[in-house]
Design a protein around this ligand. Sequence first.
Ligand code: SF4
Length: 346
Amino acid sequence: MTETAAKLLAWYDAHARDLPWRGIHDAYRTWVSETMLQQTRVDTVLSYYDRFLARFPDVSALAAAAEEDVLKMWEGLGYYRRARNLHRGAKQVMEEFGGEMPRTTEEIRRLHGVGDYTAGAIASIAYDLPVPAVDGNVIRVISRLKGIRENTGVPSVKRQITAEAAALVPEARPGDFNQALMDLGATVCVPGTPSCEKCPLCGMCDAYQEGDADELPVLPRREPPRPIDYDVCLIFSGGRVLMRQRTETMLQGLWVYPMFEEHREVDLLSEIIRRKLGLKAGEISFCADAKHVFTHQVWQMKLYTARVDKHAAAPAGWRFVTAEEMTSLTIPTAMKAAVKVVKEKL
Ligand code: SF4
């Protein structure tokens, strides 16, 4: 074992965060936790992890579930593609692997939605295979530790970081080592200015010695999210409101209210509702502004309420739903302000 690995594991033994997915050798549970943790804070995942596993305790239970139920258990966690991939992956385990989670990194990597990072995390944590698991935290720690000062978005640089991480992973306790690196990145070697005085690796850290840790890693430039204006129309018919289940890739399978791109004057709304939905709407009024930031888009929404005849038929692909029915549908967080208005009105 390298000195770096030994020091890091000793630090981990003293400082490991006590998390429900730690200390288990269960590939399914590691898969669920690692999928939930992608782009999501640990605090947020804590409230979902136990509930999800209570509902889907093993891979066969998840595979047998309806997608609607899986999405419902994911509601509010965001990036719903992760839930759909997990569900498809569980079916794949049943069909291609006879119901047993695959045991090699290459086979794990074949599961839907599983990339190099998740495959490495499952293989090392659940099966003690000495392979790296390189996520954003690990990229940061390794860039600083090894003094990698090139753009980490470039494939060859990413490969170099992975190779450096792989060279450090010990044969003994590889899963703990990978989790220790993640923890170090999350709590000590944080973005911006790291807490080097608390770091077990400062004696061997290139960036610490050079004094440029706060400038590393060199990250690829991200395009800012594109703003899109929407008029969101909450169309009531008697004690029900109009909704549809999205078929678009983004937020696929989630339920939303009618949304029309661009903002327009109120009197033009009744025209677009007639044209797009075939409904004759009255009493249209503006009620609130709302905004939701996704990775690539910012939805700038104006919320309107409108009323149609209580006997009006829902257009094809749409449903009028009651407040009670709404509670069983998976509605994206982007619609949070709209849901609040609807609940007040129904
Ligand atoms: S010494 Fe500082 S920069 Fe280097 S790994 Fe530790 S916390 Fe990160």
